[in-house]
Unconditional design. Structure first.
Length: 376
């Protein structure tokens, strides 16, 4: 690991991720905050979107070399640089969750891989997860994991150190009665009460977690329901469909949530502990190009929503309007036919976007090949 850290100090190149600018060589070294793409001066390619992307490459295998975990689901950029005295060796990597174990049991995976997006180098970030789905990185370093588990009812939210270690005295595991199949995860900034939001696939609800402090996440974290009544179906790790993908948009201060059960995207907000339950939220888009939508992210160049479909293995680009969004692009990411009854052939779950040298790159997990791929 020390050799990798030394190599990462050379030939830095800028990567833009949402409102973050990463300077990356073999991973990343330092970070500076920039204006949101939606608020920045328009670039010449700002409206090109995914229509300008035509090549798909494999970045790396996600199969854990030690225990054989498979089925990559969540993917997130590790945006925590660390400190001057303790730099984060995973900064700039993609963190990818493995949902299945080697035997293919849904929700029995325990590993999260750290993947260098430029070299494809892979290292095991943790083996402590329990059916990990979505991931979110705190600005202060800890990584939050939505653990669905094998049944959903045994799921939880887990918080690990920037190095993938558990906090002492059981402080990592947040178990609450509100949780019912934790599925999606996102961080939402707030001046008084920053929060992590989690979707529940078995109940169609959205919870906000706030008031936390390390190392006692298990006891200090408070939970408020801010969304309910969302479409959901299924009751196991292999059949669940419901609210899952989440992304926070700093331009609108809204969280956009995909729902595979009714092919929708809805918007929610977090204003602190007094935030009300917004029910089904504000409908942004439904039907049409969405076919069991899963992961969602934002194009750093133009602010469009990028969504991956489990139902047809398409990437969909949606442009936000005053009331509703409209489709402005689609790409096939995996040509495997998807069985509409069983879901066999469904490849896509997680998606993350970045900009390198002014060009958009879209990274996504492919469950059919157990890889992270990039559209560029």
């Amino acid at each position: 690991m020390q050799l990798m850290q030394l190599t990462r100090r050379r030939n830095r190149r800028p990567w833009v991720i949402g409102s973050m600018v990463l300077f990356a060589a073999m991973g990343a070294l330092s970070v500076s905050r920039g204006a949101s793409a939606a608020h920045a001066a328009p670039a010449p390619v700002a409206r090109s979107g995914i229509g300008a992307l035509h090549q798909i490459d494999v970045v790396a295998s996600t199969v854990n070399p030690a225990n054989g975990d498979t089925n990559p689901y969540g993917v997130v950029w590790d945006t925590f640089a660390g400190t001057a005295t303790s730099p984060n060796p995973y900064y700039g990597d993609l963190l990818v969750s493995n949902f299945n174990n080697q035997a293919g049991v849904n929700g029995a995976g325990s590993t999260i891989e750290a993947i260098n997006p430029q070299t494809g180098a892979v290292s095991t970030w943790t083996t402590a997860a329990a059916g990990p789905v979505a991931l979110a990185v705190s600005p202060k370093g800890p990584v939050w994991i939505a653990n669905f588990g094998t049944e959903g009812t045994n799921g939880n939210v887990m918080v690990l150190t920037p190095q993938g270690q558990v906090f002492p005295n059981g402080g990592s595991v947040i178990a609450r009665s509100q949780f019912a199949g934790p599925w999606g995860q996102v961080f939402v900034p707030n001046p008084t009460a920053p929060a992590f939001l989690v979707t529940n696939g078995l109940s169609g609800t959205i919870d906000a977690m706030y008031g936390f402090s390390p190392p006692s996440f298990s006891t200090d974290t408070e939970v408020a329901v801010i969304g309910s009544g969302l479409a959901h179906a299924g009751n196991t790790a292999g059949t669940v469909m419901g609210p899952q993908g989440m992304v926070y948009d700093p331009a609108t201060h809204m969280v956009y949530v995909t729902d595979a059960a009714d092919n929708s995207i809805r918007a929610f907000y977090w204003n602190g502990p007094n935030t009300p339950n917004q029910g089904q939220g504000r409908l942004v888009y439904q039907g049409g190009a969405l076919k069991a939508p899963a992961g969602i992210t934002i194009d750093p160049l133009n602010g469009d929503l990028l969504v991956v479909n489990q139902g047809n293995n398409h990437l969909v680009e949606l442009r936000l309007g005053r009331k509703r969004a409209r489709v402005v692009g689609q790409k096939v990411l995996d040509r495997t036919p998807v069985n509409p009854r069983t879901g066999a052939g469904s490849a896509l779950f997680g998606v993350a976007a970045a900009v390198s040298h002014g060009r958009l790159k879209v990274f996504f997990t492919n469950d059919n090949t157990n890889t992270v791929d990039v559209l560029k």
